[in-house]
Design a protein around this ligand. Structure first.
Ligand code: SF4
Length: 64
């Protein structure tokens, strides 16, 4: 399971970083990075929360 970011929608407000800091980070230039290649079962609930809470609907989970 992978995290898909719609970079045109992301406004780097950090909501996903607060929900799942193991999976997302913002650098000093407010550029979002995805930290994990594959979402592990232990991280899934937090990442799903980040997907739900993203105010720009910029996040999705992909099965491949
Ligand atoms: S919550 Fe959404 S808009 Fe905000 S930084 Fe994360 S992906 Fe971007």
């Amino acid at each position: 399971m992978k995290i898909v970011v719609d970079w045109d929608r992301c406004e780097a407000n950090g909501v996903c970083v607060r929900a799942a800091p193991e999976a997302f980070s913002l650098d000093e230039k407010d550029q979002l990075s995805v930290l994990v290649e594959n979402v592990t079962p232990g991280l899934r609930a937090k990442v799903e929360q980040a997907v739900r809470e993203c105010p720009r609907q910029a996040l999705a989970l992909s099965e491949d």
